[in-house]
Design a protein around this ligand. Structure first.
Ligand code: T1G
Length: 690
């Protein structure tokens, strides 16, 4: 049995080192070995102990992969109490990160020193739970109730400096060796004859400055639909109003309630998704090519956004435009993006000063680039010309990427002599902010090029999802389908405003019509014009009329909504309602009522059915890839885990029944996806395919 907690002595100081790579998660073995190490310290003649982490951080929290499984003794709260009850002082020396249960173990220690640059906090609410090993009871005793509420309800970590100010740690020191820092502080405490100082013996915290009802209302508004934040606040309230023991019991009760929720299952699914999407069999053992310089062709919104993302990652960027003026305009646009990144705290001034951007009209400037990303006008002819040029100037082994959002990457690759080095990198606007990147793998793309694309995505701090080649890849293909379901409902009687409200009530950041106004109605119109009516889509041209009237959304002040100083976020437009009613009467449609639940069910069933097709055709390798695209690129609420997890929770037989029911009034549009039918028949779930 490999020891996960090493024990050694430095004179009168015992050093307990947790060694459980990669993040010192507090799995069962570590909990067991921590108790054994504290028992050994108690029996030993050492006078004080230091607890440190060996890997790049102190402790990364409970082992999330154990969630949902029966917990095994010793439970984390017991481990924390065991440390706290030690008769001799224990010092936590924190570097890298002390998160969740890791922070709670530090609070079970009697003194805490953090190294500069460490991050400390309670991310539990981001997993749909709350600090369940005493964090909600001990933190307010050290930091006061307001700071504790902030920490546990936001889930946001604080740096060592702020942790010191808040009282979460006693010392903040420079340096990068936690063992040295821990020994130095323990030596001081030894000289002072400092005793064990259990946090549980400190006085109960005061009520917060803002009353509890205000906190509750604030949390409901800030996290609509989510439950963990309010329960975490209730656990902190228990610290203020109950004995320590009763407060711990209340925390455990609330923790257990949350552990059973679907939100916890969905948020843990979302946590692991971010890492699973890059675990593809085809990439196993595949070495990515090195990328030290990136080129971009095209200085429009996407091109300058991509250039900004490259520069923010620390890589040099060379952007090619057709004219000196356009190249200069592109430079200004990138500078503006960088200013925004500095304002948002995403970029420090000194890193900003080292930004290495070249804008030019000369393609030869791309001859040394390892990757060039084309982001020119969405026309196959234009793109083929660009790729022909790139093929001529770029060095062997370099990668030619297109940012196209729907064109056939195989056709683009065919104009080059190196189709194996061609791939799609579909960024989402604004490209330097949106996390999602669809990596579109063409028929001849070399797996090494795919591996390089995923490595570059990680460097750019993007979440890359593999997609096959089809119209719209994964995200836009689903979008055009579930948008069609929404416009069809409007034709049948639903108001676009009611549809937006119903979907925002479900948890989407914005409903489909508000999104369309933001993106611009001409984008959606161009897609429909290119693709023509979908199978069975009645092609309700009521929204095309808006486009023809020049109502393109936010950018023209009117789209589905009216945008002006009176209502910058948009207000309903009676004219739109008239246009819709006009189209209905032209088609002899008698409007009928749509309730919120029917709106949500139809919209999501269209999304799930098309997603099942996308997985069935192999465009997305697994259902989790579809969840990742919708969560990280299309505003699907994270606490519902994505459309495939939503469908599993509803039940695939129910989803199929809905499709069959809707097909009665529109059999062409509502055709059951073979994979969905197959899984429903065999009583399987999408997650069985992950
Ligand atoms: N449990 C299990 N696996 C974990 C893990 C965890 N807590 N954290 C990371 N991993 C895996 C991750 O999936 C990946 O796996 C590998 O470790 C490297 O992770 C009672 C109940 C710590 C800041 O929420 O924030 O404590 O892909 O790529 O970029 O109150 O991981 O290699 O197979 O992210 O250096 C609270 C979550 C749990 C921390 C390190 N703790 N983790 O970042 O590495 S709930 C968290 C992180 C809790 C108590 C409750 C980050 C990190 P693979 P990585 P990194």
């Amino acid at each position: 049995m490999t020891e996960t907690v090493h024990y050694d002595r430095e004179g009168q100081i015992a050093v307990l080192t947790v060694d459980n790579p990669p993040v010192n998660a507090l799995g069962h073995a570590v909990r067991r070995d921590l108790v054994a190490a504290i028992d050994r310290f108690e029996a030993d003649d050492a006078e004080i102990a230091v607890l440190v982490g060996s890997v790049k951080l102190f402790l990364g929290g409970a082992d999330v992969s154990e969630f949902g499984k029966p917990p095994r003794d010793p439970w984390l709260p017991e481990v924390v109490s065991r440390i706290e009850r030690a008769s001799k002082p224990v010092v936590a020396a924190i570097h890298g990160a002390a998160l969740g249960g890791g922070m709670e173990v530090a609070l079970g220690c009697h003194y805490r020193v953090a190294l500069e640059g460490a991050k400390l906090g309670f991310p539990e609410v981001k997993l749909g739970i709350l600090p369940g090993a005493g964090g909600t009871q001990r933190t307010p005793r050290l930091t006061g109730t307001d700071a504790a509420l902030e920490l546990v309800t936001t889930g946001a970590p604080v740096d060592a400096t702020r942790a010191k100010v808040a009282g979460l740690v006693d010392r903040m020191v420079e340096g990068d060796d936690p063992r040295i820092a821990g020994l130095a502080y323990a030596g001081e405490l030894l000289e002072q004859g400092a005793p064990a100082r259990p946090v549980c013996d400190m006085p109960a915290p005061e009520a917060p400055a803002r009353d509890w009802e205000t906190w509750d209302d604030e949390l409901k508004r800030a996290y609509p639909g989510e439950v963990a934040q309010q329960k975490a606040a209730r656990a902190v309230r228990a610290a203020c109003e109950m004995s320590f023991a009763d407060g711990l019991a209340e925390e455990r009760r609330l923790f257990r309630e949350l552990m059973e929720t679907r939100q916890r299952e969905a948020l843990v699914h979302a946590f692991f998704l971010e890492r699973q999407v890059s675990k593809l069999p085809e990439l196993k053992g595949m070495e990515p090519r090195s990328v030290d310089a990136v080129g971009i062709v095209g200085g429009g919104t996407m091109g300058t956004g991509i250039a900004t993302a490259v520069l923010l990652s620390g890589l040099p960027a060379t952007l090619v435009e057709q004219s000196v003026e356009a190249a200069e305009a592109a430079r200004l646009a990138v500078e503006k993006n960088l200013d925004g990144a500095v304002r948002r705290g995403k970029l420090s001034e000194e890193v900003r000063a080292r930004i290495d951007l070249t804008t030019t009209t000369d393609y030869e400037a791309l001859s040394e680039a390892d990757v060039v990303i084309e982001a020119v006008f969405e026309s196959m002819d234009v793109k083929r010309q660009v790729f022909d040029m790139l093929d001529r100037v770029m060095k062997d082994g370099a990668i030619l990427a297109t940012n196209t959002s729907y064109l056939d990457v195989n056709k683009i690759a065919a104009v080059t002599r190196r189709p194996a080095d061609v791939i799609g990198l579909h960024f989402f606007s604004p490209a330097h902010v949106m996390k999602l990147l669809e990596v579109v793998v063409a028929d001849e793309t070399d797996p090494e090029v795919v591996a390089t694309a995923f490595a570059l995505a990680k460097k750019l701090n993007k979440i890359a999802v593999r997609s096959g080649v089809c119209d719209g890849f994964i995200g836009n293909r689903l979008l055009s389908h579930y948008r069609a379901a929404a416009t069809e409902m409007v034709l049948q009687g639903a108001s676009p405003y009611r549809i937006d409200a119903a979907l925002e009530g479900f948890g989407f950041a914005m409903g489909p019509f508000r999104v369309a106004d933001l993106a611009g109605l001409d984008i959606g119109h161009a897609t429909r014009a290119r693709k023509g009516p979908r199978r069975g889509e009645v092609n309700p041209d009521w929204d095309d009329r808006l486009n023809e009237m020049g109502r393109l959304g936010r950018k023209t002040g009117r789209g589905y909504y009216i945008y002006d100083e009176e209502s910058p976020k948009g207000r309903l437009d009676p004219e739109v309602t008239e246009i819709v009613e006009g189209v209905r009467s032209d088609r002899g449609v008698r409007a009928r009522e749509f309730g919120d639940s029917e709106i949500v069910e139809r919209y999501l069933t269209a999304m799930v059915n098309e997603a099942a097709r996308v997985v069935g055709e192999g465009i997305a390798k697994r259902p989790l890839d579809v969840d990742a695209v919708l969560l990280f690129g299309y505003g699907f609420p994270r606490w519902r885990g994505g459309p495939m997890m939503y469908a599993d929770h509803v039940g695939l037989a129910t989803i199929r029944e809905r499709v069959e029911r809707y097909a009665r009034d529109n059999p062409d549009f509502w055709q059951i996806a073979p994979l969905l039918a197959d899984l429903a028949d065999n009583e399987k779930q999408f997650k069985d395919l992950n």
